[in-house]
Design a protein around this ligand. Structure first.
Ligand code: ACM
Ligand code: ZN
Length: 751
């Protein structure tokens, strides 16, 4: 038997070169060789002359933090050697790492490559409980030259020790860029010596929203909030990052997201103020006045100091979410448009960005802007950060502009990573680890030449709901590790399953570094299936190996003795399924819960006269009759959303029944452009031709889910029709005014 096990291991080890590596990101090539290197306090480090002392010291420090001993540096008898050789290792940022029973040899193409080799070595050390490192040879280099993570420090701000810890973690996973979002409506976070008012006023807001912004009426904590990084702190962070081969790209937002700056300099806004730094989250109409030359002077003076602090080739100047409301009625902005021959406010925004680009070019810097900078014409040398999807990036590359992919549906970490209701409050959508990992940054639709403008990929961390370091870490990790792998590792030869295996090996390092990472990636996920009219099933899944799912159907807590899930569960009646993952008798993670309401409508054919749109396209219209109701979190895939159009649903009960209650839910969140219908009609028919209205509803008072229940005299019906009249266009004064309103409905229940 032992013989057989050895053979199996042999095949895993050699049959698949990757199978034994615990590294994230997965290296380009990994080969396990026989034997092990045992790391002890007697090992010595040597380095050639090209290796900077700082890198050697950092290497010693990283190894010490894991092993407890500081390896001495010695030119003789050193078992661990560090070298730089751009001929032996031809790819920039690349390295070769060879671990043999008596030696470890690490060669970098450049200092960065050597540093990344050290990071791989450190990960391997962290994964060996007895410091016996498997002999192996690794050849590695990055897929993309831009591997970024972002952090918004305006909505909540994070002190220098946290920023350094973040940088350490980014470096460990071979990111090379930190995008520091330093200014926004809710606070200005960088010291600008020329303008002390930024520190005194713009860095603070009077109070902060409590809970999610969808909860109305808004509640506030009444506490002044704020702070900023001094220039000394910024310099220290930039130096710290550079040592770890991380470039920091600062973002100074313009022309929108500027309320905090305007609170200190009201003359720079179109109306002249007064303004207050925002106390809640969203997009605000008050932006920098583009007609006022003082705006440009101010921003140029700010950038003068910013470029002195940050040596990065790129400066990010924002450009996103700038409402044109004020510009439309501002005499100065209108005069500017006339004088410059600009045909609309989008061109005015383009003028704004181009003017700033020209200024930064005099300082030898290039600009990055969010994809809105395409509107009204792209600034000549601008790099586009594609966030609203991938279209902006694609368009930029077609125009021969550089692009960085950061599409919100894949790499925004303010979105939920679990659908469990216990999750900490998050922005909106559902982006589990698996979805992040599935993202492929190179769009299919581009030619090779066009795609050569793609610099890389970045994960974004907006901090509206990240009021503590722990909350931020929870949202960032481990999803950032998926971005690290997408950004570094070749597209082929890696799988999500193997990534998870390596992630589990990386947990020891994350724990050592005291990272409050989310351990939810193996939690139960589910699919609700309509298998036949009237018949639904619940399918459950966990990615945890050697685990069983146990469940109950009576609402009780699952135990180690509860039924074992083996195949999809039929749901014949209204009930709640609770389930948990067990390894042996030990429950792993939280309890999954799903409630079903089964009625005459469940699983029956449903026709939609108009098509759902955007993020509210269900996997099938049957989602509206699958027994599961959409929740206030609206990200579960249950809501059907109609954009600017009426909804008309026709349900076929498939036989004539006696019907007396029809219910349906409507989700109303004006802040998200989800509007109640102006009227909702319920109709029934026996023949599918002649319909009779049995109920009509016009009152939707609840901010959130409005449960509409039409009760009427029992009547014979085979067909049920729901007609809901969309609000159409969002009215003036409301969020998203002038745009189409969403109408969200789910779960048609008939009894
Ligand atoms: C963004 O998320 N507004 C760039
Ligand atoms: Zn103006």
């Amino acid at each position: 038997m032992k013989y057989l096990v050895t053979i199996v291991l042999f095949f895993i080890g050699f049959g698949n070169g990757f199978a034994q590596s615990g590294l994230i990101p997965q290296p380009v090539a990994y080969h396990r060789n026989s034997g092990e290197f045992t790391l002890t306090a007697l090992a010595k480090l040597s380095s050639d002359s090209g290796v900077p002392a700082a890198l050697l010291k950092l290497t010693q420090e990283q190894i010490r933090s894991l092993t407890g001993f500081t390896l001495p540096v010695s030119s003789t008898n050193a078992s661990i050697s560090l070298k730089i050789d751009s001929l032996k290792v031809s790819q920039p940022e690349g390295y070769h790492l060879r671990i043999q029973p008596k030696s470890i040899e690490l060669i970098g193409h450049d200092q960065a490559g050597l540093f990344y080799g050290v990071q791989s070595l450190v990960q391997l050390i962290s994964q060996s409980s007895d410091l016996r490192l498997p002999a192996c040879s690794i050849k590695d280099y990055p897929r993309f030259s831009y591997r970024g993570m972002h952090l918004d420090v305006s909505r909540h701000w994070f002190r220098v020790p946290f920023i350094k810890k973040y940088i350490d973690l980014l470096a460990q996973y071979k990111f090379n860029t930190f995008h520091w979002h330093l200014t926004d409506d809710q606070g200005w976070r960088i010291e600008i010596k020329r303008y002390p008012q930024l520190q005194e006023t713009a860095a603070f807001r009077s109070q902060t929203l409590i809970g999610h912004k969808r909860e109305l009426p808004h509640r506030f904590d009444g506490k002044k909030y704020g702070g900023y990084y001094t220039q000394d702190e910024v310099r220290e962070v930039v130096r710290y990052a550079a040592q770890r081969h991380i470039t920091i790209i600062p973002e100074i937002e313009m022309p929108g997201h500027a309320l905090a700056a305007l609170s200190a300099f009201p003359a720079l806004g179109c109306t002249g103020g007064p303004y207050q730094a925002a106390t809640f989250w969203g997009i605000f109409d008050d932006v920098y006045c583009a007609g006022n030359d003082s705006t440009f002077t101010f921003l140029q003076h700010v950038l003068d100091e910013v470029v002195e602090l940050f040596p990065s080739k790129y400066i990010h100047i924002g450009g996103d979410e700038c409402p044109k409301t004020r510009w439309k009625s501002c005499p100065k902005c209108q005069a500017r448009m006339k004088h410059e021959g600009l045909k609309d406010e989008h061109e005015l925004q383009s003028y704004f960005i181009q003017r700033m680009e020209k200024y930064l070019l005099t300082k030898n810097r290039e600009i990055i802007g969010w994809d809105e900078i395409l509107e009204g014409g792209l600034s000549p040398g601008a790099t586009v950060m594609s966030w609203r999807g991938t279209e902006g990036g694609i368009e930029a590359m077609r125009q021969k502009h550089k692009a960085i992919m950061t599409p919100e549906m894949f790499v925004y970490f303010d979105f939920y990573q679990s659908l469990y209701p216990q999750e900490q409050v998050a922005a909106a959508w559902y982006t589990p680890l698996s979805k992040v990992y599935s993202y492929e940054p190179v769009p299919d639709s581009l030619t090779q030449e066009e795609a050569s403008y793609l610099l890389g990929v970045q994960g974004n961390v907006w901090s509206e709901y990240l009021s503590t370091d722990a909350k931020a870490e929870y949202m960032i990790f481990p999803r950032a590790l998926a971005v690290a792998e997408i950004a570094w590792s070749p597209k082929t030869g890696r799988t999500y399953t193997d990534f998870l295996r390596r992630l589990r090996k990386n947990e020891s390092l994350l724990k050592r570094l005291k990272v409050n990472y989310a351990k939810v990636f193996d939690e139960i996920t589910d699919t609700v299936l309509v298998t036949a009219p009237g018949k639904i099933q619940l399918r459950l899944k966990t990615t945890l190996p050697q685990a069983t799912i146990r469940y109950t159907t009576d609402g009780s807590e699952p135990q180690a003795t509860s039924s074992i899930y083996t195949s999809a569960l039929p749901i014949p009646k209204t009930q709640t399924i609770r389930a948990a993952v067990f390894q042996g008798k030990v429950q792993q993670g939280r309890v999954f819960e799903k409630s079903f309401t089964i009625s005459k409508s469940t699983g029956k054919p449903l026709l939609l006269a108009t098509a759902p749109k955007g993020n509210f396209i269900p996997s099938s219209s049957l989602v509206a009759v699958n027994g599961v109701q959409g929740t206030a979190r609206y990200n579960t895939g249950e809501w059907l959303g109609f954009l600017g159009e009426n909804a008309e649903w026709r349900l076929d009960l498939q036989k004539t029944e006696t019907v007396s209650v029809i219910s349906i839910n409507v989700l109303k969140y004006h802040w998200q452009r989800f509007w109640e219908p102006t009227a909702l009609h319920m109709l029934v028919s026996e023949d599918g031709k002649n319909y009779r209205e049995v109920y009509q509803h016009k009152d939707f008072p609840i901010n959130g889910i409005n449960e509409i229940k039409g009760q009427f005299q029992p009547t014979r019906a085979r067909f049920v029709k729901i007609k809901a009249e969309n609000k159409g266009i969002v009215p003036a004064g409301e969020y998203g005014a002038g745009n189409k309103a969403w109408l969200l409905m789910d779960e048609l229940i008939v009894n």
